[in-house]
Design a protein around this ligand. Structure first.
Ligand code: 13P
Length: 252
């Protein structure tokens, strides 16, 4: 069975104290012997705290971004070797908010993916279409281009360490999630594309997460789809009990 991953993207929320309380609430609420990977992605300033609190548990920690160079005069940036030295496990790359507000393009995201892999960080590579793309019927074309740009020059062995999060932009923070069938259709397409690029051994074990208004109410039906291997959760990951319910999704 493919690895199942539930990741919480906290975005730009929480004070240090609130962040600490949320980490503790989630750790205390986890059922023992979970057969799925749980990832918390707090803002940069809280990574060390979150890492220290979770070090002896199975909870993984992820950063929300990284810079494309290892070191240098890049005021305000955080690099892969820094995250590696904090023992961070995952890093989100190419979130639609980075693509949109910070104008991150395919070449930059490709460079970031390579830095993350070089420093043993598991990338959660985000992609997804905008509403007008879907309405124009070019969802697959957009997703295919994002994969081709992002994975340029990546080997099959490297690709096997990557996780993709399909996040349709129209579903993020809007309360309007993709239906399980809509998500499944794109996930299946993504798996097919990964198979063409890296072979079926990689594509069959490749985790593809869905993101966009994931809630306690819709996680079970999303996870019932054959190509949905987990979720990247925004708003609902900020509420301990909601995120715990999502982590402990029921198999339908
Ligand atoms: P919401 O769950 O708030 O829609 O956010 C999704 C997201 O962007 C996760 O990265």
């Amino acid at each position: 069975m493919r690895e199942k991953i539930i990741a919480g993207n906290w975005k730009c929320y929480k004070t240090l104290e609130e962040a600490r309380n949320l980490v503790l609430e989630i750790m205390n609420g986890l059922k023992p012997d979970l057969d799925r990977t749980v990832v918390l992605c707090p803002p940069f300033p809280y990574l060390q705290m979150a890492r220290e609190l979770t070090l002896k548990s199975k909870v993984k920690i992820g950063a929300q971004n990284l810079w494309k160079e290892d070191w240098g005069a890049y005021t305000g940036e955080v690099s892969a070797p820094m995250l590696n030295s904090l023992k961070v496990d995952f890093v989100i790359i190419g979130h639609s908010e980075r693509r949109e507000y910070f104008k991150e393009d395919g070449a930059l995201l490709n460079a970031k993916l390579k830095r993350a892999l070089a420093w043993n960080l598991r990338p959660i590579f985000c992609l997804g279409e905008k509403l007008h793309d879907r309405e124009e019927g070019i969802t697959f074309k957009i997703v295919e281009r994002q994969i081709e740009e992002g994975f340029e020059g990546i080997s099959s062995e490297e690709a096997s360490k990557v996780v993709i999060a399909y996040e349709p932009v129209w579903a993020i923070g809007t309360g309007r999630n993709a239906t399980p069938e809509q998500a499944q259709e794109v996930h299946e397409f993504i798996r097919g594309k990964i198979g063409k690029l890296f072979g079926t051994v990689v594509s069959q074990s490749f985790p593809i997460l869905y993101g966009g208004s994931v809630k306690p109410e819709n996680i079970d039906s999303l996870m019932a789809m054959p190509d949905i291997d987990g979720a990247l959760v925004g708003g609902a990951s900020l509420k301990g009990q909601d995120f715990l319910r999502i982590i402990h999704y029921q198999r339908e």
